[in-house]
Design a protein around this ligand. Structure first.
Ligand code: GRF
Length: 200
């Protein structure tokens, strides 16, 4: 089994797409082994519990420095022995110490080099209203260092902004695209021939 640890901070709709794809065989021989959140009441944790997946809350302690937090997080994630760590709506910047311990990928609702940080979908929408763009998109990239929403790109998908879109219809299309792209990328990584298999 190819083992995933998924890190979430909120709703977890992308987590749900990955759980469903593992269970229905869209991503073969792969399981979500652990879901971690830095937010104790993140709905993503409820989704994991409903699917009988192990969960952990790693909340930042008052005054705790980033390296100390990341060491605790690393130790929790390492116990699940993941082949891949998936940042799916994870809202903390990770230190090099954490990202160098695992193969880490991140999902970002914008195309490479565009709209890093939070509220990317809203910012794209406002740029479209101002006549500055006619499309946005989604990317999945590796996380080799501390850069925000930047790193070697694994997959992208362009999402046009239609004349009759509302913010809600555009955001809905962005989220559907995220779910598909994340599942496709994990499937590709999980089934790549370079994946090390235990000897038969
Ligand atoms: C997604 O848009 C993701 O790209 C961004 O945060 C959102 C999380 O959505 N980083 P969800 O928690 O997976 O529903």
């Amino acid at each position: 089994m190819y083992r995933l640890a998924v890190l979430v901070s909120g709703n977890g709709s992308n987590l749900q797409a990955v759980i469903d794809a593992c269970r229905d065989g869209t991503i073969p021989a792969t399981e979500v082994a652990l879901v971690v959140s830095n937010v104790p009441d993140a709905y993503g944790l409820d989704r994991a519990r409903a699917a009988c997946i192990a969960t952990a809350v790693v909340e930042r302690r008052p005054g705790e420095a980033r390296p100390a937090y990341d060491t605790r997080l690393r130790d929790v994630v390492a116990r699940a022995a993941p082949d891949l760590v998936v940042l799916a709506g994870w809202m903390r910047i990770l230190t090099a110490e954490f990202v160098s311990a695992f193969d880490v990928i991140n999902l970002h609702p914008a195309l490479p080099g565009e709209l890093p940080g939070t509220r990317s979908i809203e910012r794209a929408w406002h740029e479209a209203l101002a006549g500055e763009r006619t499309a946005s998109g989604v990317m999945v990239h590796r996380v080799p260092d501390e850069a925000v929403d930047d790193g070697p790109v694994l997959a992208t998908a362009r999402v046009p902004i239609e004349l009759d879109d509302t913010f809600e219809s555009f955001a809905e299309r962005m989220h559907r695209t995220e779910h598909r792209l994340l599942v496709d990328t994990i499937r590709d990584l999980a089934t790549t021939p370079s994946r090390t298999e235990a000897p038969a």
